[in-house]
Design a protein. Structure first.
Length: 586
């Protein structure tokens, strides 16, 4: 019998046990059964291998062969990734649809990247130059928005003895490098194991703001470029819409969006919306800088785990080119459920709520691959991956294991509130529960441009905290028990909530707010607050302030377009000051 072939002895859902596997290694890819279903070895005991299968095992039975490939689960990296839609193990869904229709046949094998499409390669090195791993050999213009750099693969350095410009497929030799061990022929295609981190020189602390255009995030709970964040929230609280907004508007060069175990209609929204959306940075379709990985709830459970690693490996590849990449994972709870199912089928000792004891380490393995790094190569480029994971705790209970393990890892917590969602306040990020550990660095970053940014943000947070305490008093003894100054605080907090933090994702103008406009809106609300307090000092009653005409104008300023905002805000600020100066004592 061929030493690279074993036999199935047991099938239990996505878990297959095979004998005769002594020559195999953990995480090797195997082809299971007569249909050659793709699987990955996750445990070895003597000559028995436990295999995680990435497709349906219906019809597969004991006695069928298992073929060893002697290779780990890998992704193909090269031109053709952008605008593609993959499943969890990087099979191109659009190609499969064109060839087989709406349903993916079991065991289907297809090239992950096109071997026939030709790309116009432009060289950036000359024959005779010395290069090291990570150096740029040249580039292809993959889309109008992305210049795809072809890098010297890790582990290779030497002298360029041949470079071939012009039209090439990804498997053609575009360069030859003479190394100590002989000549290396370089193509535009790289393969990389998904569970292995791509190398870099050093990791740096994230300091620079990643502007998202979402006011509650950028002002109160900012994220740094290269940071990690979690969005936990109950069903219907808007996790997916927040991630869509971040994917559309975040200050990143490329987006990798992973639909991991969520409903198919959410992924359909992405597929319909993104091609129609105009990227504000390029004026082109947002798909021109997006890679989509779809492994929805009706697709094989085991492939959910692979989809997360597939996504982060693709993100690392573009990070190595010096790009700022944002990766959206929706959701890590569904990934954890896949881990729980495989763990129970392996009969491992369960941890809390049945999740495996290694849940936290697997989550940290994923999130720690984010960050700002100095890439390989003599050019000293900086690249970053910003990881944002949605968490879907059952019933919105963030005390469950996935939420708690995630909170111990991430530095930004955008806690979504069901009560805010029911009030139609979106984004439903609870300003009393959420936090950002990057806020000091980001405040310093913004203060360089806007000297009052720190003061304004601190006052906003104080007013929202004070409002929560004052509303408790109002519930107990009524609003008439409050002092004039407390009434002004409540009114200002209401303006912050309704006019600033509330943002309409489906409004053409309100969907995105630049930092300049955010500062202008902050300035208007705080001008109103200070003017009101000065009026109280002059003996003016609060009841004269609550229905001023300028109040409504402040509420509508967010619908003013970016190009007209500066002039409108300046006029309105003078109007606010004039309105309060015109008030007279009763």
């Amino acid at each position: 019998m061929d030493k690279n072939i074993g036999k199935i002895v047991k099938v239990s859902g996505p878990l297959v046990v095979a004998s005769g596997m002594k020559s195999a290694q953990v995480y090797d890819v195997v082809l299971v059964g007569d249909k050659h279903i793709i699987g990955e070895i996750i445990e070895l005991r003597d000559d028995l291998a436990s295999i995680q299968v990435y497709e349906e095992t219906a019809g597969v039975g004991p006695g069928e062969p298992v073929v060893l490939t002697k290779e780990p689960l890998s992704v193909e990296l090269g031109p053709g990734l952008i605008e593609s839609i993959y499943d969890g193990i990087q099979r191109p869904l659009s190609n499969i649809f064109d060839e087989y229709g709406s349903f993916i046949p079991v065991g289907v094998q297809t090239d992950k990247l096109s071997r026939s499409k030709k790309w116009d390669f432009k060289a950036e090195v000359k024959v005779g130059e010395s290069v090291v791993a990570g150096d740029i050999l040249g580039f292809v213009n993959e889309t109008p928005a992305v210049k795809h750099f072809i890098l010297v693969p890790p582990g290779i350095e030497g002298e360029v003895v041949k470079i071939a410009e012009g039209e090439h497929t990804i498997v053609d030799h575009i360069a030859t490098i003479k190394t100590k061990n002989g000549e290396e022929h370089i193509t535009m295609l790289q393969k990389w194991p998904v569970r292995k981190k791509r190398p870099y020189v050093t990791k740096k602390a994230p300091k620079e703001a990643m502007v998202t255009g979402q006011r509650v995030i950028d002002t109160l709970f900012p994220i740094a470029s290269g940071g990690i964040a979690a969005i936990p929230g109950p069903f219907g609280s808007g996790k997916t819409v927040v991630q869509h907004q971040l994917a559309k508007w975040a200050d990143a060069d490329l987006i990798v969006y992973i639909g991991c175990g969520e409903r198919g209609n959410e992924m359909t929204d992405v597929l319909h919306e993104f091609p129609r959306l105009i990227d504000p940075k390029t004026g082109l379709s947002l798909m021109n800088r997006t890679v989509l990985i779809a492994n929805t709830s009706n697709m094989p459970v085991a492939a959910r785990e692979a989809s997360m690693y597939t996504g982060i490996t693709i993100a690392e590849y573009f990070r190595d080119m010096g790009y700022k990449v944002a990766i959206m994972a929706d959701s890590t709870s569904r990934w954890a459920e896949a881990l729980r199912e495989m763990s129970s089928r392996l009969e491992e000792m369960p941890g809390e709520e049945g999740y495996p004891a290694y849940l936290a380490s697997r989550l940290s393995d994923f999130y720690e691959r984010a960050g700002v790094v100095e890439t390989l190569g003599s050019q000293k480029r900086l690249g970053s991956i910003t990881a944002i994971g949605a968490v879907s705790p059952p019933g919105g209970d963030t005390s469950e294991p996935v939420s708690q393990a995630t909170l111990r890892i991430v530095k930004v917590f955008w806690g979504l509130s069901a009560s805010l969602a029911y009030k139609r306040h979106f984004p439903a990020i609870d300003w009393l529960r959420s936090y950002s550990l990057y806020d000091e660095d980001i405040i310093r970053f913004h203060t360089a441009t806007f000297p009052n940014w720190k003061e304004y943000v601190a006052l906003f947070k104080d007013l929202l905290q004070d409002e929560a305490a004052l509303l408790e008093i109002v519930r107990l003894v009524g609003i008439d028990s409050l002092s004039q100054r407390d009434r002004v605080k409540l009114h200002t907090a209401q303006m912050i909530r309704e006019d600033y933090l509330h943002q309409n994702a489906f409004h053409a103008i309100d969907t995105y707010t630049s930092i300049d406009k955010q500062y202008g809106m902050l300035d208007l609300i705080i001008t109103w607050y200070h003017s009101a307090n000065e009026a109280l000092d002059r003996g003016i009653e609060y009841k004269q302030m609550e229905n001023l005409a300028v109040n409504e104008r402040i509420g509508h300023i967010k619908y003013v377009s970016e190009d007209k905002f500066s002039e409108e805000a300046k006029t309105l600020k003078y109007a606010v000051i004039a309105a309060f100066n015109g008030l007279k004592e009763d």
